[in-house]
Design a protein around this ligand. Structure first.
Ligand code: 5GP
Length: 184
């Protein structure tokens, strides 16, 4: 029987999900469910902490072995949630937050219909572009791809249970904490 609550946080890249999830996890003592990806690590990112950085063959092997709860191709790379990061924690009553793209979010909802889907967005598309550029870690090509994909992601908003519009980090954290506490 599933005991912990599962929260899926999605939304366009650059909407501020990572920052907010990091703060909220720390505040509520929720462990990170580390995803796997085939994208290159950014400066400062650590294997096993930020992601499990895998080669394409290694990733495909895990697909074959059915090690993923969900996986998707996002911005030309594979990303996936390992079952090992989620199942045991839920079973022992831990809350789990997955910060994953919309394709993955809906796959998880199929497996865990009781999961809570939270969509993050910026107030305007100009805000999104400003945030993506402000990060200064991505090339122009990557930024353009992410902006294009963000329009696709926004189409899924109405499939999510609740939307947080990220006006300020502080306010968005408060909203996410309130949502999590209301389900426990
Ligand atoms: P980034 O490359 O900026 O770290 O992440 C790019 C996108 O991949 C984000 O929208 C993020 O939510 C998504 N993502 C991260 N981990 C996973 C995962 O395990 N599964 C899926 N489907 N998407 C993920």
């Amino acid at each position: 029987m599933v005991k912990g609550e599962l929260f899926i946080v999605s939304g366009p890249s650059g909407a501020g999900k990572s920052t907010i999830c990091r703060i909220v996890r720390k505040q509520l003592g929720i462990n990170l469910a580390t995803s796997a990806t085939t994208r290159e690590p950014r400066e400062g990112e650590l294997n096993g902490r930020d992601y499990y950085f895998l080669g394409v063959e290694e990733f495909k092997e895990k697909i074959q072995n059915k090690e993923f709860l969900e996986y998707a191709t996002v911005h030309t790379n594979y990303y996936g949630t390992l079952k090992s990061e989620v199942e045991a924690r839920l079973a022992t009553g831990e809350n789990v937050i997955l910060e994953i793209d919309v394709q993955g979010g809906l796959q998880v909802k199929d497996v865990y219909p009781e999961a809570h889907l939270v969509f993050f967005r910026t107030p305007t598309s100009e805000d999104l572009e400003r945030r993506l550029r402000g990060r200064k870690t991505d090339s122009e090509e990557t930024i353009q791809l992410r902006l294009k994909n963000s329009l696709e992601e926004l189409k899924y908003e109405d499939k999510y249970d609740i939307t947080i519009t990220n006006h300020t980090v502080e306010k968005s954290c408060e909203e996410l904490v309130k949502i999590i506490n209301s389900k426990n």
